[in-house]
Design a binder for this molecule. Structure first.
Ligand code: AMP
Ligand code: MG
Length: 401
């Protein structure tokens, strides 16, 4: 163990873990199944958008020069509701056509005025204002055919999926979701559902971690919990390594004699680092088990969440080349005193409120690392630098949960 990096900065831990990558695969899925996935290749538009000059308003289209010095009265020569109806229409001097939003602009017209600013009377329209040239949406003003609009690595958010459809793609190349094994460890764990015997607790980490894996667009495989036994752990790790891309364990990585995940990794796996300067969540380890990357997360429920967000999420996004902000961070004013640890980056769960003078952060819940409610009932985590003094009124960085 002597040469294994020990109790290191979070940044260094992320760097070391990210040196281990796995090969991802690509698959093609219909738009309907692409939400929250990661685009695998650059995507260019198959069409111009808009495909033709069209009206941004329900109203009238005419020559701008016939609309100066309003009010002006023009002859209505046609109505255009849809493509094709403009084919034989040419708007000449003192003429206008009725036009619907999205309908093609006929030849001759170079401006539009919305219907609310017109009066219609016996085949004529009186314009109360000049026509507006910018009420014509120009062909290709949003996208031009062939231009690369979405880069590989983009997370397919709802509006990006809409953009892909606008570009003419019925299906998309995406990264195959990683299979992420989740193994909780501990003799005391039982599944929620039955009554608890003395000394037992409900196993909760695997459910929360599974949600975090899905949040990143991957496939959690919640395996049976392993008891505190080297043989059980070995069996579980072997099964996970043979069927999954990444292994996450929870529990058993601290300094104690019964911290058998650490022990088995020392004796039979490879550890790339152990312990990180973050609070809560200092015990994690990273390494490989039979060539499959593994994060050993702490057992305390808050710690396992914090470590996932601080360490596992950046690793998963790196190995899948996912781009874009992982989470929203903002500055908030402290309303309660908070204290970081002396030597570790400290994450305090806070409620966040919007006020006239900006965001305020309030630490209202007991912060024990075993108290998952402190995470679940908070809107953010204040990110506190080690050893610094924080007073009421100070601005702190918060990670929005
Ligand atoms: P450990 O790191 O194994 O010593 O666990 C630290 C604390 O977290 C202990 O109080 C455990 O009972 C608790 N714990 C460990 N694993 C889980 C789990 N999967 N769900 C809920 N609590 C857990
Ligand atoms: Mg344990």
């Amino acid at each position: 163990m002597s040469e294994t990096p020990y109790f290191i900065q979070l940044k260094e831990a992320v760097e070391i873990s990210c040196r281990t990558t796995i090969k991802t695969e690509t698959e093609t899925v219909p738009l309907d199944e692409s939400h929250n996935r990661i685009l695998a290749k650059d995507l260019s538009s198959l069409v111009d958008d808009p495909a033709f000059d069209n009206s941004a308003m329900d109203g009238f289209a005419m020559r701008y020069q016939d609309t100066t010095n309003p009010p002006q009265t023009l002859d209505i020569i046609a109505t255009i509701q849809a493509a094709g109806q403009e084919d034989n229409v040419i708007v000449g001097p003192n003429q206008a056509v009725r036009i619907m939003t999205g309908a093609p602009i006929p030849k001759g017209a170079d401006s539009v005025l919305q219907v609310e600013l017109t009066n219609i009377n016996e085949g004529k329209v009186t314009l109360q204002q000049e026509g507006m040239k910018n009420f014509i949406r120009k062909r290709g003003e949003n996208l031009t055919k062939g231009s690369i609009s979405i880069k590989a690595g983009t997370i397919l958010t709802p509006s990006i999926v809409g953009l892909c459809a606008t570009m003419g793609h019925p299906d998309l190349p995406v990264i195959k979701p990683l299979k992420v094994a989740i193994i909780s460890t501990g003799d005391e764990l039982v599944s929620p559902g039955g009554p608890l015997q003395r000394g037992e607790i409900y196993e909760s980490n695997s459910f929360g971690i599974a949600g975090l894996v899905k949040w990143l667009g991957h496939e959690p495989i919640r395996m049976n919990s392993a008891g505190d036994s080297i043989d059980e752990l070995r069996q579980a790790l072997d099964k996970a390594a043979s069927s999954c891309d990444l292994i996450l364990t929870s529990g058993g990585v601290s300094m104690g004699e019964w911290d058998l995940v650490r022990k088995i990794m020392e004796d039979e796996g490879k550890i790339h680092f152990w312990r990180v300067k973050i609070r809560p969540g200092s015990p994690p380890l990273f390494g490989t088990w039979r060539d499959t990357p593994i994060f050993g997360l702490p057992g305390n429920p808050v710690s396992s969440h914090v470590v996932f967000r601080a360490l596992v999420a950046p690793w998963i996004r790196n190995t899948t080349s996912a781009k874009g902000p992982l989470e929203v961070r903002a500055l908030a004013r402290l309303e309660t005193p908070v204290r970081p640890s002396k030597d570790s980056l400290t994450f305090r769960r806070v409620s966040i409120e919007m006020t006239h003078s900006g965001l305020v952060a309030h630490q209202k819940i007991h912060q024990g690392s075993g108290n998952i409610a402190s995470m679940a009932l908070s809107e953010g985590m204040a990110v506190l630098q080690p050893g610094r003094e924080y007073s009421i009124g100070d601005m702190v960085e918060v990670m929005i949960l």
